[in-house]
Ligand binder design. Structure first.
Ligand code: NAP
Length: 305
């Protein structure tokens, strides 16, 4: 029997693990792949306090080491098939057996949202990508399009200029939503171009991406651009399908919590990108994880009298 089961090994999960294991709670982390979450594929992090420059994988390796040092057990490659979170004993079902815990911290994070245009699915991994850190090297001296206007699109687009000869950021409005410092860098980058008020209609190619068809939303005009790659960064969707129907969510499937990260279910907490919140950053996920773990500790104390 575990005191705390943490689902997901990104920043929120690892921070919760650190606080729970330092509170001497028997803490089990279940991770679908390997720990690291979104930061595992983030080239450079410069807004995590204390580190002027650190790569995402380096930062996450430190967090994992720290959580393990204080006693967290981490199980990797665990594909959860269902969860029963309603009773006093929470049951996490996997193909290899059922894990039981008195509390659960949901920290499954979020995933890149597809654009939903013809050709996207068929050409996925054949020129359509959702991760510049993973795939940029395949586009050395090639021409690529980046779709989206948020921090991810601008940051990943800037990273792509290290490899690609030409990076065009295509945004549906005439203003970026990205953090200002990221915008300044992108505007100053000679390899970076911008196409405003434009949406993607379709992605074409036989064996791999060859072109994209674009539509100007003001004029309605469409045209086709030759590109070798399309990097899509149009936001995230939370990984909350497994707890739908048990845990209360908003319309976007983000989990609703109170100030203590408590969900509608006793002993069940949510932290990081799965949660409805005002800011989704590594530092806020770390904060959520710490609060959730302390909340779990307080709840467990009430059980023991
Ligand atoms: P985001 O901030 O939600 O931005 C999504 C972008 O995609 C927006 O520009 C949006 O356009 C556009 N978009 C959405 N749906 C679209 C569609 N169907 N067709 C075309 N464009 C579409 O998502 P994000 O950039 O992935 O960032 C997620 C979170 O992580 C944010 O909170 C962000 O601040 C954070 N983040 C921070 C950093 C950093 O601090 N360095 C780096 C990466 C991410 P509109 O602008 O018109 O809505």
């Amino acid at each position: 029997m575990n005191d705390v089961i943490i689902i997901g090994g990104g920043v929120a999960g690892l921070s919760a693990a650190l606080y729970a294991s330092r509170a001497r709670l028997k803490t089990l982390m279940l991770e679908r792949g390997v720990p690291g979450g979104q930061l595992a594929t983030t080239e450079e992090v410069e807004n995590y306090p204390g580190f002027l420059h650190i790569t995402g994988p380096e930062l996450m390796a430190k967090m994992e080491e720290q959580a393990k040092h204080f006693g967290t057990e981490i199980m990797m490659g665990v594909e959860i098939t269902s969860m029963d979170l309603t009773g006093d004993i929470k049951k996490i079902v996997t193909p290899d057996g059922v894990h039981e815990g008195r509390t659960v911290i949901l920290a499954m994070g979020a995933e890149y949202r597809p654009l939903g245009v013809p050709g996207e699915d068929r050409l996925r991994a054949k020129g359509v990508s959702y991760c510049a850190t993973c795939d940029a090297a395949f586009f050395r001296d090639r021409k690529v399009a980046v779709i989206g206007g948020g921090s991810t699109a601008v940051e990943e687009g800037t990273f792509l200029t290290k490899f690609a000869s030409d990076v065009t950021l295509i945004h549906r409005r005439d203003k970026l939503r990205a953090e200002k410092i990221l915008q300044e860098r992108a505007f100053a980058n000679p390899k970076m171009g911008f196409m405003w008020d434009t949406v993607v209609e379709s992605i074409e190619g036989d064996k791999s991406v060859e072109s994209i068809t674009l539509r100007n939303i003001n004029t309605g005009e469409t045209h086709t651009e030759a590109v070798d790659g399309v990097f899509i960064f149009v936001g995230m969707d939370p990984n909350t399908a497994l707890v739908k129907g048990q845990v209360t969510m908003d319309d976007g499937n983000y989990i609703l919590t109170d100030d203590w990260m408590a969900t509608n279910l006793k002993g069940v907490y949510a932290a990081g990108d799965v949660r409805k919140t005002v800011l989704r950053q590594a530092v806020t996920s770390a904060s959520d994880g710490a609060i959730a773990a302390v909340a779990a500790e307080k709840y467990l104390e009430t059980l023991h009298g």
